[in-house]
Design a protein around this ligand. Structure first.
Ligand SMILES: Nc1ncnc2c1ncn2[C@@H]1O[C@H](COP(=O)(O)OP(=O)(O)OP(=O)(O)O)[C@@H](O)[C@H]1O
Length: 404
């Protein structure tokens, strides 16, 4: 496994846990699904809410740009508007209940999000068979993981600040709207050739509320996973995204992954090596966390962030320390980070438009791959009178799955 693929999925476990501790509600009827997808009342006719889906044959596949756990992503041209889009083919779980719950979540969250630092889901597109669904998203030329692996010179501090400000603005928007992303990492940060950073991949995202309900702890790719998740705290909040943001800031500043653990135990050890051993004094309730019943952390009294980043200003170190508060209740919020003096002192964040442009290696890398199976000519002209609504389509795919 090379650094790029490790960055993308280092020990990601249990990407979705339908049978875990998470409360769920049955989805089997079209109306319920419509309400799930839109958050609107179930008695509004589906077509009024969701409109009609276009067929994928209206898109010309250009090349494959990425493949994740839940789908293959293609660069494609919308032949009606001539615009370039990213077309993510949802990987169906035909052995089980059809459309993966992560894809339903991704559609549900993205349909409601509209922010320049969140990838924009333009529409849901269908293939010839009911089993093929595609997400047509705005196209971003780069993802940060591939960029970091391929760029000649590392980002300057002023570019790092520019990227982080955009990530934090995206997070502030999500958290204000009660969405926790839960899988923030450099490979899920995309960048346009205008220097605009977008948070992507909402397959693990959730709405949270008060009171906090238990969620499965095995989320967030290992390197970016917060200590409360590693120690199996039953509830999780937006602070898991903030820890991941701290790891991303460290990675951008240090030009390599900050905490590249190979197992959950090693991940905890790396955290303790960097930040010192937590205690009930700094993190009330720490010693009662479930994982500590069978395991004790090694003793390491020092915070080594300054040793790791000796050149970083006091404001930069303060920000990192704030993001790496062990106690999730004390950890920085996105809003607090945006106020940090680190972003107001030299070197100042560069203007996104002044970010350098990078070679679009992804457009070449995947070009040998075959077309999405439904992008062949399906006689779309004959079909346009009979387009299914998103809710009809998903309703027929979701058989008996229970989702939150
Ligand atoms: N809108 C987009 N524009 C350009 N590239 C994209 C876009 N969306 C996704 N990609 C590329 O496709 C890859 C996989 O996409 P995505 O992360 O959404 O899939 P996934 O199956 O949910 O992945 P993972 O296994 O990381 O959870 C990304 O790393 C990125 O390189």
């Amino acid at each position: 496994m090379n650094a790029e693929s490790l960055r993308k999925s280092p020990n990601k476990t249990n990407k979705e846990t339908e049978n875990g501790a998470e409360p769920s509600a049955p989805i089997s009827k079209k109306g319920i699904l419509t309400s799930f997808l839109t958050g609107k009342s179930m008695d509004i006719p589906d077509s009024d809410i969701l409109g009609r889906c276009r067929f994928v044959s209206e898109f010309e596949k250009l090349n494959r740009i990425g493949e994740g756990t839940y789908g293959i992503v293609y660069r494609a041209k919308d032949t009606i508007s001539d615009k370039i889009v990213a077309l993510k083919k949802v990987r169906m779980d035909l052995e089980r209940d059809g459309i993966p719950v992560s894809s339903l979540r991704e559609i549900q969250v993205l349909l409601k999000c509209r922010h320049e630092n969140i990838v924009h889901l333009k529409e849901v597109v269908v293939g010839r068979s009911l089993e093929s669904i595609f997400l047509a998203m705005e196209y971003c030329e780069q993802d940060l993981a591939s960029l970091l692996d391929n760029m000649q010179a590392p980002f300057t501090e002023s570019q790092v600040k520019c990227i982080m400000l955009q990530v934090l603005r995206g997070l502030r928007y999500l958290h204000h709207n009660f969405v926790v992303h839960r899988d923030l990492k450099v490979s899920n940060l995309l960048m346009t050739d205008k220097g605009c950073v977008k948070i992507a991949d909402f397959g693990l995202a959730r709405w949270f509320g008060v009171p906090l309900r238990p969620m499965t702890p095995h989320v967030v790719t290992l390197w970016y996973r917060a200590p409360e998740l590693l120690l199996q705290a039953p509830t999780q909040t937006t602070s898991v995204d903030m820890w991941a943001a701290g790891c991303i800031l460290g990675e951008l500043l240090g030009h390599k992954p900050l905490l590249p653990g190979r197992s959950e135990i090693q991940q905890l050890e790396l955290i303790v090596d960097l930040l010192g051993t937590p205690s009930d004094a700094i993190w009330p309730g720490f010693s009662e966390l479930p994982a500590l019943e069978n395991y004790s952390l090694k003793q390491q009294p020092y915070n080594n962030l300054k040793q790791r980043f000796p050149w970083l200003s006091a404001a930069g170190l303060r920000l990192l320390n704030f993001l790496f508060m062990y106690d999730p209740r004390k950890r920085a919020t996105a809003e607090e980070c945006l106020q940090s003096s680190y972003f107001k002192e030299p070197p100042l964040p560069c203007d996104p438009k002044l970010m350098p442009t990078f070679p679009q290696h992804r457009n070449i890398k995947g070009s040998k791959t075959s077309a999405p199976s439904d992008s062949t000519n399906t006689g779309a002209g004959d079909q346009t009178n009979n387009l299914p609504a998103i809710s009809d389509l998903l309703g027929s795919l979701v058989k008996k799955r229970r989702i939150e």
